[in-house]
Ligand binder design. Structure first.
Ligand code: DX5
Ligand code: ZN
Length: 557
């Protein structure tokens, strides 16, 4: 991971908020398929594609072909964030005279293909890849196709042609979200092993690799195939990088995704293929998008003699980050490991490393931790002056590594931090005295977290607050209510025999707190009627039962 992780994550969140605003303003559009490809486009626009937004027709650029053209809001949102068009223009979606219509057309800078009629974008891409080669350009063609779209015969004609012409400058990404128009794909025309029932819910198919047959089809046509979780930035990033290394064959990345990802009532719900959110729900949906949470297991709570095995355990448990607690025996009494260990552990997983440096003189050492493979580096305010932190901040921003500050339980926000807050990526509020895992959460940290967040927000903070120390299933909901959005777990995650179960339990408590927060938001906006209407949107699975229970417990209904 040559990072940019934080940039991709933040911009992808911003893209989702623009999609919500644009489709709500238009009163129509396709949020579902725009959300499912948000991370895919995020990795392309903010890490891999070469382009110049000020010179969109630069001949040497890479090209993005959105073959599933109905997901136009998803494309326009990223074009706006990348600077091709003003962000404000996204809300002119589908209005008369706008460059942003229901399907992309080339009036809009950055649009390479007039998508809409499904099935044709791959053929067009084959032509682009052939002509790029004939012109001696090293441009890469990236094409996003849909799984429903794969029912079109033309897709398979183009697939054969790309293999015949050995188009290794073509990378296709299949947004495998299992929904097409008003149904689940596996009931219409299965790409995987035939699922049971007339309209099989995609969750089982998506989560059971023994059912997967899509890659077999593409491999049989002579393509290099990579399977990823289409919402894990690090996996998409690694796959795109891998595809660039392949010669003599085109590559396809099969990104298993969730249609409507990010907004729970839209997820796996065919209703939101082509329907806009209603205006009264937009503020709640935006709060839902902005309140995404992450879990970060701390490996020092495991076997310190086999940190490689602990990283592998984390890899299998599906956390968002791995928290690397570096202790030098000077800033804190304990010694854990240094940058050499991080370098050694880096190749074992793509999961981002959240490096927490409990070391003295961090400015002297930060470069080694970045080069070792950290994705986010947090240093302690107690051992930084404003100039030392400025050095750390500017260096990490220059190498696209996330920048964080941590404070011990007794330390307030340092006055010198103010100028850095707008570009700070992470703020760790220590809820134990640093030095080891397994300590008890210091209760006063709840109020301290709220006070810190209020102050950070007053100074334009756009990053996340991380709760670190003694966080567990009993207090994580309160930590979420305080405003923390990343939760470190040493003894509560790595220290547990079944780490995946432990992480799932903590995620369950976070989800409870998040749903409760959104129900309170609905109530503050529209009383119990809006609470009722918000709950009624959640038609997939048993979500509405859970929400009704939370609402009643909180006297919102
Ligand atoms: C303490 C570290 C924490 C600790 C977390 O100095 O910064 O990350 O390892 O472990 P638990 O969750 O067990 O407190
Ligand atoms: Zn830590």
């Amino acid at each position: 991971m040559h990072s940019r992780y934080d940039i991709i994550r933040r911009n992808t969140l911003k893209a989702r908020t623009l999609i919500v605003k644009a489709t709500a303003a238009a009163g129509s559009g396709h949020p579902g398929g725009s959300f499912s490809m948000a991370e895919i486009l995020g990795c392309l626009f903010y890490k891999h594609m070469r382009y110049d937004a000020a010179n969109p027709c630069w001949e040497g650029r890479d090209r993005l072909v959105l073959s599933k053209g109905h997901a136009a809001p998803g494309l326009f949102s990223h074009l706006a964030i990348s600077g091709f068009i003003p962000e404000s223009e996204v809300e002119t979606l589908r209005s008369l005279g706008s460059r942003l219509q229901g399907h992309p057309d080339m009036k809009c800078p950055g649009v390479e293909f007039c998508g809409g009629s499904l099935g044709t974008g791959l053929s067009y891409s084959v032509g682009m890849a052939l002509s790029a080669r004939m012109d001696g350009l090293d441009s890469r063609i990236y094409t996003v196709i849909g799984d429903g779209e794969s029912d079109e015969g033309q897709i398979w004609e183009a697939t054969m042609a790309a293999a015949k012409f050995k188009l290794d400058n073509l990378t296709v990404i299949l947004d495998r979200n299992y929904v097409q128009q008003d149904s689940y794909t596996e009931g219409v025309m299965p790409l995987d092993a035939a699922a049971t029932g007339p309209n099989p819910n995609p969750v089982a198919a998506r989560n059971d690799p023994t059912l997967w047959r899509t890659s077999d089809k593409w491999r049989a046509f002579g393509w290099h195939v990579i399977e990823v979780d289409g919402h894990r930035i690090e996996q998409i990033d690694s796959a795109i990088r891998g595809a660039k290394q392949v010669s003599g064959r085109p590559s396809i990345i099969i990104a298993r995704t969730v249609k409507g990802k990010g907004v729970r009532h839209m997820e796996d719900n065919p209703q939101w293929h082509g329907k806009a959110p209603s205006p009264e729900m937009v503020p709640i949906i935006l709060d839902e998008l902005k309140s995404q949470a992450a879990v970060a297991p701390s490996i020092i709570a495991g076997d310190m003699t086999r940190l490689d095995l602990e990283v592998k355990r984390c890899d299998g448990a599906g956390p968002d980050y791995i928290h690397m607690d570096v202790m030098d025996g000077i800033f804190v009494p304990t010694v854990t490991f240094g940058y050499e260990k991080i370098r050694e552990l880096r190749p074992l997983t793509d999961i981002p490393f959240d490096s927490h440096l409990m070391i003295s003189q961090p400015a002297r050492h930060v470069k080694k931790y970045a080069e070792a493979g950290s994705d986010i580096i947090t240093v302690h305010a107690e051992v930084c002056s404003v100039s030392e932190f400025g050095e750390i901040h500017d260096y990490l921003k220059g190498v696209d590594v996330g920048v964080g500050v941590a404070v011990n339980p007794q330390t307030p926000i340092p006055p010198w931090l103010k100028e850095f807050v707008p570009t700070l990526d992470q703020f760790i509020v220590m809820s134990v005295v640093p030095g080891r895992s397994g300590q008890k959460y210091i209760y006063e940290s709840h109020q301290k977290t709220r006070t810190i967040i209020q102050s950070l927000n007053e100074h334009g903070f756009g990053g996340v607050v991380e709760a670190d120390g003694g966080v567990n299933t009993l207090n994580v909901a309160d930590c979420f209510d305080d405003g923390a959005r990343v939760f470190v777990g040493g003894s509560s995650m790595v220290g547990q025999p079944d780490m995946k179960q432990a992480i799932d339990d903590i995620r369950g408590r976070i989800s409870y707190a998040r749903q409760r927060m959104l129900l309170h938001r609905a109530h503050s906006l529209g009383g119990s009627k809006l609470v009722h209407d918000w709950i009624a949107l959640h038609v997939v699975g048993e979500q509405s039962d859970t929400l009704n229970k939370i609402a009643r417990e909180s006297s919102l209904l």
